[in-house]
Design a protein around this ligand. Structure first.
Ligand code: BG6
Ligand code: MG
Length: 212
């Protein structure tokens, strides 16, 4: 087996929550009268909630205090969690469930490495809370992607050396986090075009070909 460990990003790799993040931030931006669009939203992928807010506030006409920023981030999360209420097992991305089962049958150790503080809630809601050998998420780290912290923590939880872990990512910040952790990266979606990835994949099931 070429890789004994795989660490998956959550949003945009396992579950289609990206659109909900976008909608919740758009609502905040509209309420605050700040210009926001999908191109700006792309810069938020893989980035923590507070850092995402800082990127949105680059376009703001006024300076926000720390307390105001915390209130805005909290409000965004309330909107986001309301949207997450719609999430069901049908919102896992194509081939995810079957591929995770196949990988486990092949004795590949699998983990989640996500910046999201909502990771456990999302996994439970789509019925994947018991699908992984380890979960490292935004509640356990101090620096979010592109810092390697969350992937190094996931590797540590798996009891694996970083270079033996393959990272699966859809966003630039996450690809950079994987590279910064010294891990090979499989890029999916937009990340499949990144010059920093080791493998480009079109679907999660392509991993079965890579690890063979
Ligand atoms: C990442 C998303 O997975 O989690 C980012 O790609 C998001 O867009 C980040 O900002 C933090 O999410 P949460 O759920 O903690 O607000
Ligand atoms: Mg992602």
């Amino acid at each position: 087996m070429r890789y004994e460990n795989i660490i998956f990003d959550l949003d945009g790799v396992l579950v289609s929550t990206d659109e909900y993040h976008y909608q919740a931030w758009q609502k905040i931006a509209d309420e605050e009268g700040i210009y926001f669009d999908r191109a700006i939203n792309n810069r938020l992928r893989g980035v923590s909630r507070m850092e995402s807010l800082d990127i949105i506030l680059e376009r703001a006409g006024k300076k926000y205090t720390q307390a105001e920023k915390e209130a805005l981030a909290q409000r965004k999360n309330t909107y986001y969690q309301q949207l997450l209420g719609q999430l069901t097992s049908a919102d896992t991305l194509k081939g995810v469930r079957e591929t995770l089962l196949d990988l486990r049958q092949k004795d590949v150790h699998i983990a989640v490495g996500s910046s999201s503080k909502n990771t456990m809630r999302i996994l439970k809601q789509v019925g994947l809370e018991n699908a992984f050998d380890a979960i490292a998420d935004g509640t356990e780290i101090t620096k979010s992607k592109p810092d390697p912290e969350v992937f190094l923590l996931a590797a540590q939880k798996l009891g694996a050396k970083p270079e033996t872990c393959l990272v699966v990512e859809d966003a630039a910040a996450g690809v950079n986090a994987g590279c910064n952790a010294g891990m090979p990266v499989a890029g999916i979606g937009e990340a499949a075009k990144s010059p920093r990835i080791t493998y480009a994949i079109a679907e999660i099931s392509d991993l079965l070909r890579i690890i063979a």
